[in-house]
Write a protein that binds this ligand. Structure first.
Ligand SMILES: [Fe+2]
Length: 324
């Protein structure tokens, strides 16, 4: 269970690193499911880590939104509504913690045998896959290690454009620092929350082939300038960890998957916790109180937490954001 200081930390910083929350046997089963899905004849071999370094060769790439293998990304979504994956993620301890944040009895459960993410193709031609068209977990998301001579790329975060309440990234294999586990920008949820027009949704311009300049999600100028400031004044936290570790994150927190310079393939499961009232709340404007749609324990929490907790969450004391 989450302690009051952990809930306070979540309010102020928008994320929580939690150790050993996923069942090891189910993590192993998820890894088996992943590798069994790799087509025969692939040059990448499970038992030979030297072959895990990316990218996928041209003739082994796939754009299938249910099973993407492209560049350094390997994303298996077709398994997202299978019971072993849902049992892994929607487990009792994790749901209890999500309920502490979102309110008891407020979680909309995933559906075993339902529609996995990617079933209806990309959101627009050539665009990303909409994570909201999904009745299970997002899937098993891997980042193959970059080649040793790969030039280091700058970090740049984003917020997700689909409605949900609480994000979760769970490691199903150890991910060392700098291994692309997940990166978050502490405190960015509070700065960006008021810049959205709608509480959970985002306006989208439809894609027209003959009018190609604008397509997809629209961000307000206030959002764009605040995101630029966040990139300049906030250092991201690298959520590396061991098999079974989890990061919970606020739906407006800036994040990125992270570059993988570790030599070890990043293997993670992603899930979006949603409240049962999300459909009623998604298009109304952001509230005066950004915690209106959260549970009583979040309402009751202050903004104080011990320095030891901040260190455990890898937040540098110099970079602690102002209290909520
Ligand atoms: Fe994202």
């Amino acid at each position: 269970m989450l302690t009051p200081p952990q809930i306070a930390f979540f309010k102020v910083n928008g994320y929580l690193l939690l150790r050993q929350v996923l069942d090891p046997a189910l993590c192993a089963r998820a890894r088996d499911r992943l590798w069994e899905a790799l087509p025969e004849g692939s040059t990448m071999q499970r038992d030979d880590p030297a072959t895990h370094t990316g990218p996928f060769p041209e003739d082994q790439q796939s754009d299938d939104p249910l099973h993407i293998r492209k560049g350094y990304l390997w994303q298996l979504r077709e398994c997202g509504t299978e019971s072993s994956l849902i049992d892994l993620v929607y487990n009792r301890p994790l749901c209890a913690m999500a309920e502490q944040l979102l309110g008891e009895g407020m979680l909309a459960p995933p559906k075993v045998g339902g529609l996995p993410m990617g079933s209806e193709g990309p959101a627009w031609p050539g665009g990303p896959t909409d994570p909201a068209i999904n009745e299970g977990i997002r899937g098993i998301y891997c980042t193959r290690p970059y080649r040793a001579n790969e030039q280091r790329k700058p970090d740049y975060g984003h917020t997700d454009g689909h409605p949900f309440n609480l994000g979760m990234v769970g490691l199903i294999h150890d991910v060392p620092p700098d291994g692309g586990a997940f990166k978050v920008w502490p405190g960015s949820h509070r700065r960006l929350y008021p810049t959205f027009q709608m509480r959970y949704d985002q306006p989208r311009i439809p894609y027209y082939r003959h009018l190609p300049a604008f397509k997809g999600i629209i961000h307000s100028p206030a959002y764009q300038s605040e995101l630029t400031r966040i990139m300049q004044d906030t250092s991201p936290v690298d959520c590396w960890g061991s098999e079974g570790d989890v990061v919970l994150w606020h739906h407006r927190l800036v994040h990125m998957a992270g570059h993988n310079y570790s030599g070890v393939m990043r293997q993670a499961v992603l899930y979006d916790f949603s409240r049962t009232d999300l459909d009623q709340r998604r298009a109304i404007p952001p509230g005066e109180d950004m915690w209106q749609d959260w549970g009583p324990q979040v309402h009751a929490a202050g903004s104080d937490y011990p320095e030891a907790l901040a260190m455990e969450m890898r937040l540098s004391p110099m970079e602690s954001p102002l209290p909520a």
